[in-house]
Ligand binder design. Structure first.
Ligand code: GTP
Ligand code: MG
Length: 330
């Protein structure tokens, strides 16, 4: 990536990676094109962006004139972030959702039990993370909505079945299937340096059914035959082993901070509903979440938290810390 990319460029790039409609993609690309530093070193990228903008414009016209529905299935983002569960049939995706949330998806010992992607909320301390259960991926089947959902997710959990001798091959099939697309699994979420259309979503490897006979040997074989760089969380979704460690890791992967708002007239902050923002976010962004008029109208705020003395007066560029209590003055 070229040096000296502006905050606006990086943010647009992040949003582009996660865009779920052509309009969103186009809007983000246009910001990237405007913000990219114009010099020899970025010639290639500029040309690439321009070509993508032109192609998208054509696609948009075609989409509108065909009267077809947009290609994506939208699952509105909820909670502190989104993790999508992926894997072959019977790997235990629905069981894992059932064990980490209050949802009751169908869990059954035959393939293709889950037919459509479905969200559920996983509690973590005083916030919640959205989990998306999905239909299985095989060598010849992948739900058409899956690519968009994977790109939009903050994290992917790739499940492997440690009970079945086919588990490793199934996992390979999932990776191969995705390798045929521009949506891939990575150690971190990013766009490819050479091709901005190619997106990686941060992934954990989740070998499941650790309780079953032969699971240890199959896990060793997995490491030998299919060495992957993803952080690994071995679990038994059904019996609970490893689940609390995984729950913590899912939350921490989001890299967000929780912020509690307090009205100037109130004695206590509202502890029920924390706002969650990406680590590194500024106070002004939280003000905008409370009310969009606050983006213009914010005068100052008082903050109680780990990084400052109680009640310190700060401005919009103050970088929020986890569990700050914020009193906005407009
Ligand atoms: N022993 C054991 N069985 C499990 C575990 N997790 C899931 N299972 C069983 O594996 C089978 C498949 O589980 P599901 O959760 O339906 O699998 P899935 O990945 O959602 O399957 P599809 O929806 O078909 O893709 C069920 O019989 C579960 O009871 C586990 O940790 N241990
Ligand atoms: Mg299922």
């Amino acid at each position: 990536m070229p040096a000296n990319l502006t905050q606006q460029y990086l943010r647009a790039e992040e949003n582009y990676r996660r865009a779920t409609t052509l309009e969103e993609e186009l809007a983000c690309l246009q910001v990237m094109l405007k913000e990219i530093p114009k010099h020899k070193g970025t010639d290639h990228l500029q040309a690439d962006l321009k070509a993508k903008v032109a192609k998208l414009k054509k696609e948009l016209v075609a989409e509108k004139s065909s009267g077809k529905k947009p290609r994506s299935l939208r699952i509105p983002r909820q909670g502190a972030g989104t993790a999508i569960l992926l894997g072959g049939p019977n790997t235990g995706k629905s069981q894992l959702v059932a064990s980490l949330t209050r949802a009751t998806p169908e869990v059954a010992p035959y393939p293709f039990t889950t037919m459509v992607p479905a969200p559920a909320m996983m509690p973590w301390e005083d916030v919640a993370v959205q989990l998306i259960d999905t239909p299985p991926i095989t060598a010849d089947y992948m739900d058409t909505h899956l690519q968009g959902l994977i790109r939009a997710a903050d994290l992917a959990l790739l499940l492997v079945d440690l009970e079945s001798d086919d588990g490793i091959e199934q996992c390979e099939e999932v990776l191969d299937r995705l390798a045929q697309t521009k949506t891939r699994l990575g150690v971190t979420s990013c766009l490819d340096e050479e091709d901005v259309g190619l997106s990686y979503t941060q992934t954990f490897l989740v070998p499941n059914k650790s309780d079953t006979p032969g699971a240890d040997e199959r896990l060793e074989l997995l490491h030998e035959l299919l060495p992957l760089e993803f952080p690994e969380y071995v679990i038994s979704a059904k019996h609970g082993a490893g689940l609390e460690r995984l729950r913590d890791a899912i939350y921490h992967s989001l890299d967000v901070v929780r912020v509690y708002s307090k009205l100037p007239t109130a004695k206590e902050a509202d502890r029920e509903r924390p706002f969650t923002l990406r680590r590194g976010s500024q106070l002004i962004e939280m003000a905008g979440m409370v009310h969009k008029d606050f983006l213009q109208g914010l005068k100052f705020a008082r903050v109680w938290g780990s990084g400052v003395h109680d009640g310190t007066q700060v401005r919009g560029d103050y970088v929020l810390q986890d569990q700050d209590v914020v009193e906005l003055h407009v």
